[in-house]
Each structure stands twice: as C-alpha cells, then as structure tokens.
Design a protein around this ligand. Sequence first.
Ligand SMILES: [Zn+2]
Ligand SMILES: [Zn+2]
Length: 309
Amino acid sequence: MKCVLLGSGGMMPMPYRSLISLVIRFQGCLYMFDAGEGVQVGLKKVRLGIKPLRVIAISHLHGDHCLGLPGILMMRAQVPEPGLLTIIGPPGIKRFVLQLKEILGFVLNYPISFIEWDEKAPEIAYEDELVRVIWGTLKHTTFCLGYRFEEHARPGKFRPDSAIALGIPKGPAWGKLQKGENVTLENGACIPAEQVLGKPRPGRNVCYGVDTIANKALYRLCKDVDIAFLDGMFMPEHQEEATAKGHMTVDDAARVALRAGARKAVLVHISPRYTDEDLNKLTEAAVKRFGAAEIGRDFQSYDIGLRDE
Ligand SMILES: [Zn+2]
Ligand SMILES: [Zn+2]
C-alpha cells in the first residue's frame, strides 16, 4: 500500500505548493482523497495512471478541495472504457458535479456512482473486495467529512503442519487455503481455511482528516492508523486564528495523532504563507509533540508495509 501526496497545501495553489490531494494505491487500484485545482497535473506527474482510479472522496465543498474534479473527470474520459467511478462526499456533491458537467458540456465515457452523506448514512461509506472507507463529520466552517481507509483483514498465517495432519496434499490446495479459500479434497472432505490458518491479521489503515479542529469523530477515524494525514495549517503561535478558521496548528494535529495511537502523522493543508524554508519550523513544532510527525510535501510517497501481529 502506497500513499502519495499530489499536493500538500491549503487555500490556494502556490508556485511552490499544490493544493491538497492524497492518492492511495492498493492492489493496482487508486483511491483519491480531495481534488484541489489542478490535481490532474499531479496525478500525471506521479505516473500512477488514471484508469485505475476507482474512488474520489471529497471532504467538503470549499474550492481548494473540489475544484479539481472537472479536470480529473475529463482526463479520465480520455482513456477507453475506464469503468465505474465512485464519488463520495458531503451533501451537494452530486449536484456540484452534475451541474458542472451540464454547464461545461463535457461528455464522460463511464458511469459515476455518487455516495452522498446524510444523517442516516451508515458508518461505512464505501466497500469493495479490497478495502472499505469509513466517514465521520468533522468540525470546520462548513460541513466537512473525514475519512478512514481500511484494508480488509488478511487471512492468518498458513500452518503447514496442520495441513499435513489433515491429509491435504501439497500443491494447488495449499495455495487456495493460504488465500483463505476453503478446499474440497478428492475424498469429498471439505476443509475450511480456518482449520489451517492462524487468526486473521489486521489490515492497514490510513486516516485523512483536513479542514477541521479536533473532535470525537477525528479521533475515531485516526485510532491506531498506520498513517494519519491531518490538517496542520498553522504554527502553534497562530492557535487563535487556526481555531477561528476551523483549522489546526501543527501542535494540535500532532496531539490528535499521538492520543489516537497513530503510528505516524503527516501534516498537510499547509498555509500558503509558509514557504519551503518555513517548513522546518513547522516540523520542529510538530515533532516536539509527537516524534513520528512530519510535514507533508508535494509528491512525497509513503509505503505502508504489512502488519504481522
Ligand atoms: Zn481547505
Ligand atoms: Zn475548508
């Protein structure tokens, strides 16, 4: 599993920093979180392709998080038969996309499935054979969603001695069992995979929570994640301004990650006022609170290895 920041900035695109967008590559599929202006340029730059893009999850309808949608939707229509795209987001996301499509008159060669938050929405916003996406309502100046991206639990470790004891011949049957599939032996006996596997191993998970101050939902989305991508828009001395604008300082964000048990925090949605030279100061302030915190930079990528416990 690989997370790539296509942009790390907030508010407006700058010559030195693109607007926030995170793309997660998993088993050849792409899942995108937020699409700031010009996001398609970033995606081209990292050469991950556009066809594998399955899901775009939008946090809220502020321009710096969603104005990249028309560009990316049109770019995806340049490839033959790209297949279904799912767009997840706040109330109004469907109207936003469909009206843009109508006014701009662009034609898409693939269907879009919209998953729009409402009060009765279940905790799981989206699920496929690989992952699920959980959402929660954050606290910003407008309605804003945070996300938790979870790989499904993986089958437990294969125990060859158990397989031998059950008389399962080495070969394709072992392979199937290792993947968690049940097998039927030649003598007609059905062997459930659990009989030869250890307990299921937890999947990897990532939190994406920007444009918010700390709230319960953010802690829940962040709980024990491998990486938390969090709003760290300001230096701690701008606490008051940050809170008034519905954002966190790097210290606030590092504290959330630490308390929630995140293994690593990457702070993003950096204010345009900070140039690259200022990022060291932001890093210092974050690390003071949580040693595994860092400031995100455009095109940085983060590999998440398998968990084995
Ligand atoms: Zn923003
Ligand atoms: Zn915002």
